[in-house]
Structure formats: structure tokens, C-alpha cells
Write a protein of this length. Structure first.
Length: 177
């Protein structure tokens, strides 16, 4: 389902206005059955430059935010019964992050092959469905409306239902642990 993206800015007279309104143009699914990602916005610096009218979400897909930047995306997680095969296919095509800032993966973790960590602070908001957040020690079930603040830790997402789980993420570049 396309996600509508509305972006504000200023007109030539300096008045606030809507500068973009329509389906988010940058979506990706690296392999069939894998997660579906909609990139909504990306900033290149902190503080962000609100005078920059460019849309920095254009492909290629990058998991991490830019250095000193941020990214907003929505990810649809299919059930693990489908997604685990997609993760194996992604491993075979591991060159999907071309940013030069790759996530550290922990594919040999016996709990879930999707374990990874990033140098970012992530705000994960469950929009629909439910999903387990897995840590090295422990796990917790998140349902629609729940928010997880992920602070550069090794983690994975596990959808143990037969319905998709949809999460919104804000990733902010952070110092490594």
C-alpha cells in the first residue's frame, strides 16, 4: 500500500506551503518475501538544513542514516515463516548497503538470523500488527502503539504471526558504543 508523503517548505515570498504531496517515491524490497521499506525523508546533517529543498531519499537504499544525519522510514515485516528465507537470500546478496557505513551483522546468532547493530539511536513505533524485539538477553512483544528506543544494541525483529507488522523508524546517527 503506498504511503502518502506530505512535505512542507516555503514559496518564493517566504510563506509556508506544501512542496510535495503524494505517494512516497522511494520504496524497495531487496528480495521477494523480505521486508518492504518506504523511505520518507533523510537529513544530511545535525542540525538539519530546512532551507535544502532536495529529497535525499533517492536510491540506493542505505540502512544507516548519513553521518550526523537522520532517516525516517516505514518497514513492513512479513511473517518469519516467509521472511527467514528472504534473509538467507539477502545474505547471498550482501552488498545492498552501499553507503560505506554498513551495519554489523550477527547472522550466526542461534536465536534469529536477522541480528545486527548500527551506530544509531532508533525510535521504532509499531503502527500495526505485532513483532518481537530480540536482544542478546531477552525479548519483548511490541504491539500497535508501542515504541522502542534502540540505542546501538545488537538486536533482531521477529514476526511470529501470520500477518504483516508495520513499523515506523527514525534513525539518528550516533557514536559507537
Amino acid at each position: 500500500m503506498p504511503i502518502r508523503r506530505v512535505v512542507t517548505g516555503y514559496d518564493a515570498q517566504g510563506r509556508s506551503c506544501f512542496v510535495m504531496d503524494g505517494p512516497a517515491p522511494h520504496t524497495s524490497q531487496r528480495v521477494p518475501g523480505g521486508t518492504h521499506v518506504t523511505e520518507l525523508w533523510r537529513t544530511l546533517s545535525t542540525p538539519a538544513d530546512n532551507a535544502d529543498p532536495a529529497d535525499h531519499t533517492a536510491p540506493p537504499y542505505r540502512l544507516l542514516p548519513p553521518e550526523n544525519g537522520s532517516v525516517l522510514r516505514i518497514i513492513t515485516y512479513p511473517p518469519d515463516s516467509v521472511r527467514l528465507g528472504a534473509i538467507a537470500a539477502e545474505r547471498a546478496n550482501a552488498a545492498h548497503d552501499t553507503s560505506g557505513r554498513a551495519a554489523a551483522t550477527d547472522h550466526n546468532n542461534p536465536r534469529h538470523p536477522g541480528f545486527h547493530k548500527t551506530n544509531s539511536t532508533d525510535y521504532a513505533i509499531v503502527l500495526s500488527g505485532e513483532i518481537y524485539a530480540l536482544m542478546d538477553e531477552g525479548e519483548t512483544l511490541l504491539k500497535a502503539g508501542d515504541v522502542l528506543i534502540q540505542r546501538g544494541t545488537n538486536h533482531a525483529w521477529s514476526n511470529r504471526t501470520q500477518e504483516n507488522a508495520v513499523l515506523a523508524f527514525v534513525l539518528i546517527d550516533a557514536k559507537p558504543l
